[in-house]
Write a new protein. Structure first.
Length: 196
């Protein structure tokens, strides 16, 4: 009986630790963004540290190949990445879904013209570090490695022409102008990240 109690307690501890890890809160605005290194879908190394040194800002986006919300932003992500690259901003898409393969990510990027960096987060460790729970969900990191924005791209996944709150664009424009972000946190929405 005592052995069963110990076993039950151990199982409960494992379950609770896994649940806690999946619900890690996002780093605070102004805090150091969690460092990570992953491999791009075309086999090259990528590290946040190198990206922040080489760019004014880095946009870390948790994305999906299957989520209709993430896919609704495919064109906006592609267009923003291209427009802001000219201003020293690097976009990196992170696919943390266990249900989506590297080949799925490669095919999806080609189909949608995503030329920005895309990496696979095989055990969703980076998603856990950031407390990311949705696709799409974005984080903006400055040159010093500090988190400056966290949340959604904008409020309207249905129709880009009807966006009234372009939150990511507003954050990038403010930071590039040397200003603080008026709305540094917004509520991300979309599909849940399918964790291991």
């Amino acid at each position: 009986m005592k052995v069963l109690s110990v076993l039950a307690a151990a199982c409960l501890a494992v379950l609770l630790s896994g649940a806690a890890l999946a619900e890690t809160p996002a780093p605070s605005i102004g805090a150091a963004a969690p460092a990570f290194s992953l491999t791009t879908i075309d086999g090259k190394p990528f590290s946040l540290a190198d990206a922040t040194k080489a760019n004014s800002l880095v946009v870390v986006m948790f994305i999906s190949t299957q989520c209709p919300y993430s896919n609704a932003y495919n064109d906006r992500m592609r267009d923003m990445a291209a427009a802001y690259a000219k201003k020293g901003v690097q976009f990196v898409g992170i696919n943390s879904n266990k249900t989506e393969t590297i080949q799925d990510a490669v095919d999806h990027a080609k189909k949608h013209g995503h030329s920005f960096t895309i990496v696979k987060d095989p055990d969703n460790k980076v998603a856990d570090l950031y407390g990311a729970s949705h696709t799409p969900e974005v984080y903006v990191v400055d040159k010093a490695g500090k988190l400056r924005y966290h949340g959604r791209i904008d409020e309207n996944s249905d129709d880009a022409a009807k966006v009234t709150s372009p939150d990511l664009k507003n954050a990038l424009d403010a930071l590039l102008a040397g200003q603080t972000v008026a709305k540094a946190e917004t509520k991300a929405f979309g599909c849940s990240i399918k964790r291991v």
